[in-house]
Design a protein around this ligand. Structure first.
Ligand code: NAD
Length: 488
């Protein structure tokens, strides 16, 4: 398809230059709140474009890693300043491209700015430890070195925060980067690269190639000169990425899906639990890996919780995320919407009771968008598909359990283990939850989503590769340890 005059064409960013892809093919990015509105044209790149980006990153590597950590950190501070200054412009693009509300987009960008500042400081923090020697003399210590060029493959649901929480630690520890963002969020990614360009990040330190996952993503995963791969996305793709990257000896980290439960105990503050369930389950139309998806409620408070939840959900206003009065935006793409509607149909077929929503929202101002009504299933059995599989949409499954020990068993009875939360006032319940629930992130009296950026983040079981991102934990992935001994 050729570019239209009035819609911007975004390019790849290689070696500090904006370049078209070698084949000249373009994809369109559309507004999911109104599929007649084009957000931009983006490059549909080929393997040769990845080769060019990797070559640029390799060339930049030596000079970049030779800088002090503090000097690299100064660049991150500058990128943070530019992104903070351009917040409104970038937020508007995020809303137009993936559908989240402007408030959600602004919060995501503020988080990305904070992450950049946090990792800017990492440039001057310790990178090793001293260890007593066996014979008591000389010096034994560890230091950390960059891995070289790393490939970063990211999803569309946090189109600013996820690329930044990978790029910032990667470059502050001295690596250079080739980023492949999701094609549905590639316009937003190009704005991030513009911020880096404006901050005068040296040419080749961060490069971006957009296109299909199976072509561009796969070319990065397979590239012999990409020493490490960090991937966030679906389980299906993530598992293949682990196999391909580790088969050629690359370091690899993947963060994948979740099926996150909130547990409501007998002594819970029900109003607080309802607010947290609605926020974590339905904000961003449920399209967060940390979204609440299963609501496991102890029988004695089940009816009270259910009626409060339904009353709250009836108040939610769907609409274009750019409107001030919108609480929930659309699914991010037609494919995403169809997948969510498919899960809803399966829930009904398997016998779950639909208590609210369940359909595409077709009111006049919504009919050109990919809107799904906030959907509540009640009396769901833990073995049903909607209680087992990640839906990634505005759908909550209420499960009634006799007591907390059954709640913990149900919480653990899925293949995922990303986040879990509990609402209770009892310290014994909290300690049992921490002990018994298998999830990388445990939250007590707060929603499953929204963990602080300075803390380690990642999942157990099939939610990830058992590594952690964010906070100081990122150092573990983006560096290699050298153990050094000097005899006296
Ligand atoms: P996806 O797996 O379809 O795509 C993720 C990225 O991988 C995209 O850039 C895509 O183009 C690329 N890709 C696709 N095929 C590839 C291949 N063969 N080789 C290399 N790369 C390839 O996921 P998505 O639909 O963009 O995102 C939604 C998923 O992401 C959900 O499952 C969600 O739970 C997960 N997610 C996880 C986290 C986390 O931190 N655990 C955070 C956000 C999203």
């Amino acid at each position: 398809m050729g570019p239209r005059q009035d819609v911007e064409t975004r390019r790849n960013y290689i070696d500090g230059q904006w370049v078209p892809s070698s084949g000249g093919r373009l994809d369109t990015s559309v507004n999911p709140a109104n599929c007649n509105e084009l957000v931009g044209f983006v490059q549909n790149s080929k393997r040769a474009d990845v080769d060019a980006a990797v070559a640029a990153a390799r060339r930049a590597s030596q000079a970049w890693k030779a800088l002090s950590g503090g000097a690299r950190g100064d660049y991150l501070h500058r990128v943070a300043e530019v992104l903070a200054r351009r917040m409104e412009e970038v937020a508007a693009i995020v809303t137009r491209e993936v559908g989240k509300t402007l408030g959600e987009a602004r919060a995501e960008i503020a988080r990305a700015v904070a992450i950049l500042r946090y990792y800017a400081g990492e440039g001057v923090r310790d990178i090793g430890s001293t260890i007593p020697t066996a014979n008591g003399s000389g010096l034994l210590f560890t230091t950390r070195v960059p891995l070289g060029t790393v490939g970063l493959i990211t999803p569309w649901n946090f189109p600013v925060a996820i690329p930044i929480w990978k790029i910032a630690p990667a470059i502050v520890y001295g690596n250079t980067v080739v980023l492949k963002p999701a094609q549905d969020a590639a316009v937003t990614a190009s704005y991030l690269l513009e911020c880096m360009h404006e901050a005068r990040l040296p040419d080749g330190v961060v490069n971006m190639v957009t296109g299909e996952g199976a072509v561009v993503g796969q070319a990065i995963v397979d590239h012999p000169e990409v020493g490490a791969i960090s991937f966030t996305g679906s389980n299906e793709v993530g598992r293949a990425v682990i196999l391909c990257a580790s088969a050629r000896g690359a370091k690899v980290q993947v963060e994948m899906g979740g099926k996150n439960p909130v547990i409501v105990a007998e002594d819970a503050d029900l109003d607080r639990a309802v607010d947290a369930t609605v926020d974590a389950g339905l904000r961003s139309a449920g399209q967060k890996c940390t979204a609440t998806s299963r609501v496991i409620v102890v029988a004695s408070v089940y009816e009270a919780f259910r009626s409060k939840l339904l009353a709250r959900v009836r108040e939610l206003k769907l609409g274009d995320g750019a409107r001030d009065d919108t609480w929930m935006g659309p699914c991010a793409s037609e494919g995403q919407m169809q997948a969510v509607l498919g899960f809803i149909a399966t829930g009904i077929r398997e016998g779950a009771t639909l208590a609210h929503g369940g359909t595409r929202a077709m009111a006049q101002d919504l009919s050109n968008g990919y809107f799904v009504e906030p959907t509540i299933f009640v009396d769901v059995s833990p073995s049903m598909t909607i209680a087992q599989e990640e839906i990634f949409g505005p759908v909550l499954a209420l499960i009634k359990v006799p007591d907390l020990s059954e709640a913990f068993a149900v919480a653990n009875d899925v293949r995922f283990g990303l986040c879990a939360s509990i609402f209770t006032r009892d310290i014994g319940n909290m300690l049992a939850f921490i002990d018994e629930v298998d999830a990388g992130v445990l939250r007590i009296n707060c929603e499953t989503a929204g963990i602080d950026f300075q803390a380690p983040f990642g999942g157990m079981k099939e939610s990830g590769s058992h590594a952690r991102e964010q906070g100081r934990a990122a150092q573990e992935f983006y560096t290699a340890i050298k153990t050094v001994q000097i005899a006296s």
